[in-house]
Design a protein around this ligand. Structure first.
Ligand code: THU
Length: 162
């Protein structure tokens, strides 16, 4: 038996003003994306903003449905929109934030496993890392250098090959 360890490094910021200009703008756009959230069932709004290498920013928000599993997380709404409209786009960075009327969110909300798996595939496809920024409105911000850091054991396509 061998015991192996994986370490991940990420940055922690006290607030928006500590971020560089591009990342601050991306977080502000993620906050803007919250406005599009359709979340009458959870009342939990999630917004994401994705910065492409072209400089363009794509927004996404969670979209729920009365048939609960038919809804989709903000991250996947934005990523699949890029996948279908700009399949060759290179993603530099994505910022994610959340808000609810029920309580004050005091820590950054991190992405679910399903979203991480989709983010991992976008990263593998483009071969350059995608930065992920988890932005707590009026709170701390975490910046992770790549999706691989968040999901080191993602399901990869060579599992489907002989
Ligand atoms: N949600 C996201 O948009 N992203 C995640 O990574 C996790 C959860 C949404 C799904 C649902 O609309 C609401 O948050 C509550 O789970």
């Amino acid at each position: 038996m061998k015991l192996l360890n994986l370490n991940i490094s990420f940055e922690q910021y006290a607030g928006l003003n500590e971020l560089n200009t591009k990342d601050k703008l991306l977080c502000e756009n993620a906050e803007l994306a919250l406005k599009g959230s359709y979340s009458p069932y959870s009342k939990f709004r999630v917004g994401t903003a994705i910065r492409l290498a072209s400089g363009e920013t794509i927004l996404g928000s969670n979209q729920e449905n009365l048939a609960y599993p038919s809804g989709l997380c903000a991250e996947r709404v934005a990523l699949f929109s890029i996948g279908s409209n700009q399949p060759n786009a290179i993603i530099e960075s994505m910022a994610i934030t959340a808000q609810t009327d029920h309580f004050q969110i005091t820590k950054p909300v991190t992405s679910c496993g399903g979203c991480l798996q989709v983010m991992a595939e976008f990263e593998r496809k483009q071969t350059t890392p995608i930065e992920v920024i988890f932005y707590c409105l009026n709170g701390e911000i975490l910046k992770v250098p790549s999706v691989k850091s968040l999901l080191p054991f993602s399901f990869v396509e060579d599992r489907l090959e002989r």
